[in-house]
Design a protein around this ligand. Structure first.
Ligand SMILES: Nc1ncnc2c1ncn2[C@@H]1O[C@H](COP(=O)(O)OP(=O)(O)OP(=O)(O)O)[C@@H](O)[C@H]1O
Ligand SMILES: [Mg+2]
Length: 358
């Protein structure tokens, strides 16, 4: 799922326009100080924000990314998941145009990543180990980044301040980048990635190294941006990705081992898990798990119970009921059997799925 070929229906990128030689191209913003004009640049009507077709990247004998095909829908929050060395950062680098694929093709908003004029201000990037210019003040740096997107001075400063406010960092405006803590620098980089409201934002481990509270705040910020742009995000915090992503691809040793909507990856619409109190056994006595009774439910496909994990796994026919309905029926039976319950989840969770696949 999720990696269907759509390129065949897409128009070919137009040849790059000629720029005046040796000079900064004229700002499309010059005629329109509201920023609206900026968006009038050549745009393509595409439904796929990012399309990778059989992308391979080799470094000498090492294949970092191996025939990856992905189609990331416009407006979605899409996760790139995988263990250390799986190829996530290499994939991001090819999307951002920092690296060229050895084989295959990458398209962002219908353009090659090398189409810098078409993609300027439409693609925001937070690299995994982004280094900020240590002598620049935070404000100067962000204004500079906005100027590179062709915004004139006043507007650039307004956008820079807005972006810094979004990451709760407005008091760092005058502080030198070199004096920021790791977490503060990460937030400034995040501000930079969202600066000027780009259409596609690549976030390579945006919450790594942040304290739990700030990581939570960053997740809220990303959720706030949801729907306004396409976000592609990697993280080793799988609960975080399960919470914020609509869909994801799981990479292992450079290959896509699974991809699709989050509910499918986690089996959230075909499996319910109930954790029970220590010492609970299967059986028909009060306090015991009545497996046969659960199996009698019309939508249930199978019921497994492991004493060791203290977990009942109920698989169900998704055409017959949704998870909430199944939870209702299952808990009704368990409560009547006086089973002591310690938790209920939909699906097996992304963490479990990733463990099974990588
Ligand atoms: N410039 C390079 N030269 C040689 N090998 C590289 C280079 N960049 C990445 N690799 C290799 O490619 C593989 C994928 O690395 P990559 O950084 O993409 O993984 P990742 O999924 O981002 O891992 P992590 O979770 O640790 O960030 C690794 O084996 C890495 O050693
Ligand atoms: Mg990485």
């Amino acid at each position: 799922m999720g990696d269907a070929e759509t390129a065949a229906t897409k128009p070919e990128p137009a040849p790059e326009e000629k720029k005046p030689a040796g000079d900064i191209p004229e700002s499309p913003y010059a005629q329109d100080a509201t920023g609206e004009g900026k968006k009038k640049k050549k745009k393509k009507d595409v439904e796929t924000a990012v399309h990778l077709r059989k992308v391979t990247k080799r470094f000498g004998a090492k294949t970092a990314v191996d025939e990856v095909t992905l189609s990331i829908p416009m407006g979605s929050v899409y996760g790139l998941i995988g263990p250390n060395g799986a190829g996530k950062t290499t994939t991001f680098s090819m999307m951002a145009g920092y690296l060229h694929p050895t084989e295959g093709s990458v398209e962002i908003l219908g353009f090659k990543p090398s189409a810098v004029d078409e993609l300027r201000s439409r693609l925001g990037v937070l690299p995994q180990d982004a280094l900020l210019p240590s002598n620049d003040k935070v404000g100067e740096f962000l204004v500079h980044m906005a100027r590179l997107q062709d915004y004139p001075g006043d507007k650039a400063e307004e956008l820079a301040r807005e972006a810094l406010n979004d990451v709760e960092g407005k008091e760092w405006w005058e502080q030198r980048c070199g004096s920021l803590s790791h977490g503060m620098a990460k937030r400034v980089s995040l501000a930079q990635a969202f600066l000027g409201a780009p259409d596609v934002v690549l976030l390579d481990e945006p919450t790594a190294g942040l304290d739990p509270r700030v990581a939570w705040e960053m997740r809220q910020l990303i959720k706030l941006k949801k729907g306004r742009c396409t976000i592609i995000i990697s993280s080793h915090n799988l609960q975080e990705l399960e919470e914020i992503c609509d869909a994801a691809a799981i990479l292992d040793r450079g290959r896509v081992v699974a991809s699709g909507p989050m509910t499918e990856l986690t089996a959230a619409n075909e499996e319910v898990r109930v954790k029970v109190a220590p010492g609970t056994k299967r059986g028909t006595q009060p306090g015991q798990v009545p497996i046969a009774k659960l199996q009698e439910l019309a939508m249930v496909r199978s019921v497994d119970f492991s004493d060791e994990d203290r977990e009942i796994i109920v698989s169900f026919e998704r055409s017959k009921a949704d998870a909430e309905t199944v939870i209702g029926h299952v808990l009704w039976i368990l409560l009547h059997a006086q089973v002591r319950i310690s938790g209920v989840t939909k699906g097996r969770g992304l963490e479990q799925r990733v463990m099974d696949l990588t």
